[in-house]
Design a binder for this molecule. Structure first.
Ligand SMILES: [Cu+2]
Length: 159
């Protein structure tokens, strides 16, 4: 019985992973640094509430400063919503709308260290458009599989 329980746990965990939020590494292997084009990086990606952005950089060499649109447009961190220079900054996108990030080291934002992401209210995995379509199709199928497997196991346990 222990083995069958483990199988159910694995199936349920798999289902949860498919439906869970996405973690994006900003700039991919390049990370968060000067010379990047972060709006080019963001193009074509869909961001949803619950997704995470991971900024990777040399600590103190850059900052991840969340600002409003005017701070973004003027490269000013004066009215920052949050600020970190630890070298590894994870931001969870908790609200829909556009989120703005800049590097607050003088000159860096102006030379391209700025990122704007538009976050949709729909959690990724249930969005029927764009890159999430595959997940949207997979998730119900996985749910049916979990249900079928659970049913079969209950029959086994009762026989
Ligand atoms: Cu910087």
């Amino acid at each position: 019985m222990a083995n069958t329980l483990a199988l159910v746990v694995l199936l349920v965990a798999g289902y949860a992973a498919l439906a869970s939020a996405t973690t994006y590494t900003v700039g991919d292997s390049q990370g968060w640094t000067t010379g990047g084009d972060y709006n080019n990086w963001a193009r074509g990606k869909t961001f949803a509430v619950g997704d995470k952005l991971v900024f990777s950089y040399v600590n103190k060499a850059h900052t991840v400063t969340e600002v409003n649109q005017s701070g973004y447009d003027s490269c000013s961190g004066t009215n920052a919503l949050s600020d970190d220079d630890s070298g590894s900054t994870t931001v969870t996108l908790t609200t829909p709308g556009t989120h703005y990030f800049i590097c607050n080291v003088p000159g860096h934002c102006a030379s391209g260290m700025k990122l704007a992401v538009t976050v949709s209210a729909t959690p990724s995995g249930s969005t029927p458009t764009g890159g999430a379509a595959g997940d949207a199709l997979k998730a119900p199928a996985m749910g049916a599989l979990v249900a079928a497997a659970t049913g079969a196991l209950i029959k086994l346990a009762m026989s």
